[in-house]
Design a protein around this ligand. Structure first.
Ligand code: ATP
Ligand code: MG
Length: 628
């Protein structure tokens, strides 16, 4: 089919379009109305219909492929590997669901899941879905303060956790952090269900219960699916917090199931019986959509991986692709950059012939990284742009519909259902081709996108829908352009803009330019206050050969070279006032550059909310470079 027609149909008549897509999932009760958009910007999809995410992910496949692999849990930390068939997954999820019911969890109650990448985490998510409880997964790498704010916002009746996660060969205790978080929080969950991985954590009487013991009591549990109206809540997930306090994204049931089934078919091209491998974490939206729900809804086996990309060596992911004949893989540019630093032979020694495509998302995919992985892997690299808020790609190519080319540096064209436009921030007018503006989406958002901010409709409207004169526009808070052919380019976040003597420059554009210098492997650019110019750009770069900046003279010479590149490509106005060379850059735990913290440190301010930072040492490096 022609993608242009497919796309136009989705925009011109969303109700008929999504009515068709909705046939990809199983409904317990048919919906009476495809779309209710009578109270914009709120959109209700498949009104009156009843379905269940867990049913679509597991039960639906029991008849045709109950013995086929459903969940493959691999830990290179504990050297454990276990495959659960659809039938086995069905049994485990019912055990978990029975335990939750025993612990008093009722339909609509929130259950907070704070767990490492172990199979039980997926059981817990699916069990919540099965009984109509609302899960809120909190990334296992977060410490007590981040956890406490989420506990207070989601107010869970139950927390499912584990004594420890493992990272880089070390056990990372979770339980003490959880205890501390509950102490810090105003809301007190009634129960904590704990998976013991061998650390035998201290148990709090009357609150903490052991998973293995309760599982024993429920070996033969049969827990029927609780049918939910399509617009009831499935989960709350907090955004990454790259630009500030995380927002609690609330999602529905029916629209989400349809969006996932549809994207698995049209964008990820996955078929029942194949294996999908997303290297993300269940704490992020990719983990929700494309580790747990999406692949299973598509009847695929999904891989849950605990470990790093480079242990025991940088070939580990490719060994998994070979062993489980992975057909579709999903990762992030930051992970590819890590792999790029290791010998490519580690990838080459595996038979990767099962792999059809590698999807990358989460942050801008620079051309160097994209070209490298495309060449070495020999499969299409498909960039895709989306947000926690949307739940599935806004921009990509939908090869399941038509084979469209990708374009270097572009995450693709507008995906069906998303009426994407570029808006001039100052005038509110729609930008022409190649004119820079804010990436916005005309409502209604398609199925699968956020319903609201949990518990705060007013903040939802205020935050996302009130940025332009036209109140039917959802702001992504990202800058972008669209070329003549409909390919978009993301130029950074709207709060990452520098104003140099009246010129508005995206930090991302300057970073792209600096990255084209052969010595630079990674760079962050921020705008800092300047008495004369308002703001100036300052760059922090990681270089490939540290020898090149081993002395102040060498560093100065390299800095001049980098500045010359920017001068030539973007003009002197974009030239950074300083280029500092560092060994590490501050990132969130999801791998995104924390420019706001770098900026704060440069301006001598407090670094702000650092609860999502990967390694605090990275910020110290910035301070050292600045001589602070
Ligand atoms: P917060 O909203 O709390 O500040 P966040 O925006 O980092 O955090 P996510 O929802 O995890 O939280 O990330 C979505 C953002 O990631 C997008 O708005 C965009 O800035 C960036 N992004 C995602 N995919 C891509 C991509 N393919 N290319 C460029 N940027 C991307
Ligand atoms: Mg965001």
């Amino acid at each position: 089919m022609n993608y242009q027609d497919f796309y136009q149909a989705s925009i011109q008549d969303p109700a008929s379009f999504w009515d068709q897509q909705a046939q990809l999932i199983s409904w317990h009760k048919p919906y009476s109305q495809v779309l209710d958009h009578s109270k914009p910007p709120f959109a209700k999809w498949f009104v009156g219909g009843e379905t269940n995410l867990c049913y679509n992910a597991i039960d639906r496949w029991l008849e045709t492929q109950s013995d086929k692999a459903a969940l493959i849990a691999i830990s290179t930390e504990t050297n454990a590997e276990k495959t659960y068939s659809f039938a086995e997954l069905h049994a485990e999820v019912q055990r978990m669901a029975a335990i939750m019911l025993d612990l008093g969890v009722k339909k609509g109650d929130r259950v907070l899941i704070y767990m490492p990448m172990i199979a039980e985490a997926a059981f817990a998510m699916l069990a919540c879905a099965r009984i109509g409880a609302v899960h809120s997964v909190v990334f296992g790498g977060f410490a007590s303060k981040s956890l406490a704010t989420r506990i207070d916002d989601a107010k869970p009746v139950l927390v499912v956790s584990a004594d420890a996660g493992m990272r880089g060969g070390k056990a990372v205790p979770y339980k003490p952090l959880l205890d501390e978080a509950i102490q810090l929080a105003d809301h007190k969950p009634a129960k904590v269900l704990l998976v013991n991985r061998g650390l035998d954590a201290m148990m709090v009487a009357d609150r903490d219960v052991d998973y293995a013991a309760l599982r024993e009591q429920h070996m033969h549990a049969q827990v029927p699916v609780t049918w939910l109206e399509s617009n009831e809540m499935s989960y709350v997930l907090y955004t990454s917090g790259t630009t500030g306090k995380p927002k609690g994204v609330q999602r529905d049931v029916g629209g989400y199931a349809v969006a996932l089934a549809s994207s698995m078919k049209n964008i990820f091209c996955g078929n029942p019986g194949e294996t999908y491998f997303a290297t993300s974490d269940i704490g992020w939206v990719v983990g929700h959509s494309y580790i747990v729900y999406g692949p299973l809804i598509a009847g695929m086996a999904t891989i849950m991986y605990e470990g790093t990309p480079i242990r025991p060596d940088a070939g580990v992911w490719w060994s998994i692709v070979e062993k489980y004949k992975v057909s579709r893989m999903f990762s992030a540019p930051t992970a590819v950059r890590v792999l790029k630093k290791h010998p490519v032979e580690l990838m080459k020694k595996y038979d990767l012939s099962s792999l059809k495509a590698l999807y990358l998302a989460g942050e801008p995919l620079d051309e160097t990284t994209s070209n490298w992985i495309a060449t070495e892997l020999g499969v299409p690299i498909i960039d895709n742009y989306w947000q926690t808020e949307t739940g599935w790609p806004i921009l990509s190519v939908a090869r399941g519909v038509e084979h469209k080319d990708t374009r270097l540096g572009s995450p693709g064209i507008a995906m069906y259902g998303y009426n994407v436009t570029i808006i001039n921030e100052a005038t509110g007018a729609v930008c022409g081709p190649n004119e820079k503006g804010v990436v916005a989406i005309k409502g209604p958002l398609p199925p699968g996108c956020m319903q609201t901010i949990y518990g705060d409709d007013a903040r939802f409207v205020q935050t996302y829908w009130s940025n332009f004169a036209h109140d039917q526009l959802y702001s992504t808070f990202d800058w972008g352009i669209r070329d003549e052919d409909g390919y978009f380019f993301i130029l950074g976040r709207t709060d990452d803009v520098i104003n140099v003597a009246g010129h508005r420059l995206g930090t991302r554009e300057i970073e792209e330019s600096i990255s084209s210098h052969p010595q630079i492997s990674e760079v962050a650019v921020v705008g800092i206050e300047d008495k004369l110019k308002g703001q100036v750009a300052v760059a922090f770069a990681i270089i490939k050969n540290p020898e090149r900046a081993a002395s102040p003279e060498l560093a100065k010479a390299l800095e001049a070279e980098v500045m010359a590149v920017v001068d030539k490509q973007l003009g002197a106005v974009a030239r950074p006032a300083r280029v500092y060379f560092v060994a590490m850059l501050p990132k969130t735990r999801s791998g995104k550059l924390l420019r706001r913290s770098i900026q704060a440190v440069c301006e001598g301010r407090d670094a702000g909310d650092l609860t999502t930072i990967e390694d605090p040492q990275s910020l110290q490096q910035i301070k050292n470079a600045l001589g602070q």
